[in-house]
Design a protein around this ligand. Structure first.
Ligand SMILES: *[C@@H]1O[C@H](CO)[C@@H](O)[C@H](O)[C@H]1NC(C)=O
Length: 321
């Protein structure tokens, strides 16, 4: 297009070229400036861990385990100039407990441009892999996307949503990328981050949290050790989960199973207040109470945990304003 338009006007060409060259130089200059002053300069990977920690502490309601685990693993991984394997996290928990929220925060505090960064790749089965009969093509595509993107930038983030709706067999193409041995043609595939999200294990996490409440234990006393075996079993027993027979669990390629606990009324209140602040509104007690009263809670006889966590809070607020 540009060629055709400039054909009859040699000067136009010249100025266009000049513009391109100076734009490129300016971009290069900016990038190299940042690289000289920052300790990290890989693609647009600009980890801000204090920022992440602060945001998690302020805005992630009721998830002491997820918060501590993610910050700890991420710090170790990011500060290691030569990681021995990619960072692989699998997030588990009931609807609306903060799994997607946490992954968007990760993208935001790790990459300039956040979820819109060229190096953050988000896959959802409904959008990217809707037809189980096309599995062979999906496998080929996914493998070449991951490989291609990691060749372009070793610091890439791959996010897989709704792992319990992936076409069976697809995730096994990822297995070679998740382990320690994958260095090909000088490309370092060990600096990537993979995040998998599903509700699988949510019921088991809810049960442990309910039991703790019934025994009058502090929620913050619930430990990873109590939850991990139950989540692990739930994933291994679920033929609909993308890890089914993929070898990923069996070969211990996950760095952590990250549990998200079900949310109580006061946690959802926290979400409502966050949301109001986001909208730039003062917290009005009538609105907060109206939103909370409109939610459903379980189990039936205890009315303890929000059925949809904080998921519907935003849309409810606009309704009650
Ligand atoms: C990177 O991944 C995206 C999907 O997120 C894909 O469309 C693109 O082709 C990939 N790039 C390369 C170089 O493979």
């Amino acid at each position: 297009m540009a060629v055709a338009r400039h054909q009859g006007r040699p000067w136009g060409w010249f100025f266009w070229l000049l513009w391109m060259v100076s734009a490129a130089a300016a971009a290069w200059d900016l990038a190299s400036l940042r690289c000289n002053f920052g300790s990290f300069c890989e693609c647009d990977f600009r980890p801000d861990l204090p920022g992440l920690e602060c945001d998690l502490a302020q805005h992630l309601a009721g998830q002491h385990l997820a918060r501590a685990l993610i910050v700890k693993l991420l710090r170790a991984f990011v500060q290691d100039p030569a990681p021995s394997k990619p960072l692989v996290l699998s997030l588990h928990g009931w609807t609306g407990t903060g799994k997607s929220y946490v992954s968007s925060l990760l993208a935001h505090y790790l990459f300039q441009g956040g979820l819109r960064s060229r190096h953050v790749h988000h896959f959802s089965p409904i959008i990217h892999f809707p037809h189980p009969s096309h599995i062979e093509r999906y496998k080929k595509d996914l493998k070449s996307w991951v490989q291609g993107n990691l060749t372009a930038c070793g610091r890439s983030l791959f996010l897989f949503d709704e792992m319990d709706k992936m076409p069976p067999g697809l995730m096994e193409v990822l297995r070679p990328f998740l382990g320690p041995s994958w260095v090909v043609y000088g490309t370092n595939y060990r600096k990537a981050i993979f995040i998998f999200i599903s509700n699988t294990g949510g019921e088991q996490i809810n049960q442990v949290t309910l039991d703790a409440w019934l025994f009058r234990r502090e929620r913050e006393e619930i430990s990873l050790r109590e939850l991990e075996p139950a989540i692990s079993r739930a994933v291994l027993d679920n033929p609909l989960h993308g890890f089914w027979h993929s070898g990923i669990m069996e070969e211990h390629l996950l760095d952590a199973l990250v549990p998200f606990l079900p949310l109580q009324r006061h946690h959802v209140r926290h979400c409502v207040l966050n949301e109001l602040a986001q909208l730039g509104l003062e917290p009005q007690e009538e609105v907060v109470e109206a939103v909370l009263d409109s939610l459903t809670f379980f189990p039936e006889n205890k009315q303890l945990f929000s059925s949809n966590g904080c998921k519907t809070v935003a849309s409810r607020i606009t309704f009650f304003l």
